[in-house]
Ligand binder design. Structure first.
Ligand code: ATP
Ligand code: MG
Length: 249
């Protein structure tokens, strides 16, 4: 059973003339444990799809299933509980709380859910270790690099062990080496079983996916399954790029 499934998911906006579609009849299934990449140029609907799945925005039409729950019919209270515990979200704009240390940023949403702070602290340490920033735990966000900040934001999104981690252009604000460290972090947590859906418009970022779904004009236009993750990075990028060009990239 898919962890996330959308059926004819549509988001439209009213405008003076005809409605503008952010997303149009999208059918998407995300399997547990998958690292799924949403790829498409600016305006193709990537953020809209992630925001609908997380309940940050409401669909105009269609259904969103999360396990055996329906997201599109949930109340705001149910949605905020789901976002606190079931779904983690990582944004392009990193938005850590500036006067709290990385560690404090990570544990904060954990303390809201789990009364035993020692349990949360232990989990935070483990996450920071996995993401390679444990030595920086006591620094303020301004005292670490952008890539390190983003990895702290990933740890924060993971603190309540969400069933799905959604990320919207998580490397968009980073230089190439910081971006690579963040991509490696996604691979590391995916290898431990975390389901991830990541939106990007960069070929290099897209290559970490088990599967790439190509969006254009709010619709799914094609999908690519990574044949062999062991393929050298340059070959993989060339294969993905050739496929994208074939899709009208
Ligand atoms: N509030 C809104 N009113 C009208 N149109 C909107 C609104 N929000 C988004 N759209 C439109 O919906 C479409 C999809 O936008 P979306 O933000 O999902 O694209 P994206 O793929 O995330 O792009 P980017 O790579 O630039 O982040 C775009 O054409 C956009 O102009
Ligand atoms: Mg976007």
């Amino acid at each position: 059973m898919p962890l996330v499934q959308t059926r004819r998911l549509t988001k439209s906006y009213q405008s003076a003339a005809a409605p503008v579609f952010g997303l149009r009849e999208v059918d998407l299934a995300v399997e547990p444990g998958e690292l799924l990449v949403l790829m498409g140029s600016s305006g193709s609907g990537k953020s809209t799809l992630l925001y609908l799945i997380s309940g940050l925005e409401r669909a105009t039409e269609g259904e969103i299933h999360f396990g055996d729950q329906r997201i599109d019919t949930m109340s705001e209270t149910e949605l905020s509980l789901l976002r606190r515990t079931g779904i983690g979200f990582v944004f392009q704009a990193i938005n850590l709380i500036p006067h709290l240390s990385l560690f404090e940023n990570v544990v904060l949403p954990g303390y809201l859910v789990e009364a035993d702070r020692a349990v949360v602290d232990a989990r935070a340490s483990e996450l920071l270790e996995t993401l390679g920033i444990r030595a920086l735990a006591d620094r303020l966000p301004a005292q670490v690099s952008g890539g390190e900040q983003q990895r702290a934001a990933i740890a924060r999104a993971m603190i309540n062990a969400p069933r799905a981690l959604l990320a919207d252009e998580p490397t968009g604000a980073l230089n190439s080496s910081a971006g690579s460290a963040v991509l490696d972090s996604f691979k590391a947590i995916n290898a431990r079983g975390q389901t991830i859906v990541m939106a990007t418009h960069e070929v290099k970022s897209a290559c970490i996916g088990d599967r790439i779904v190509f969006l254009r004009d709010g619709q799914v236009r094609g999908e690519y399954r990574m044949a062999d993750q062991a393929m050298p990075a340059a070959e993989r990028e060339a294969a993905v790029l050739a496929w994208l060009v074939g899709q009208g990239w």
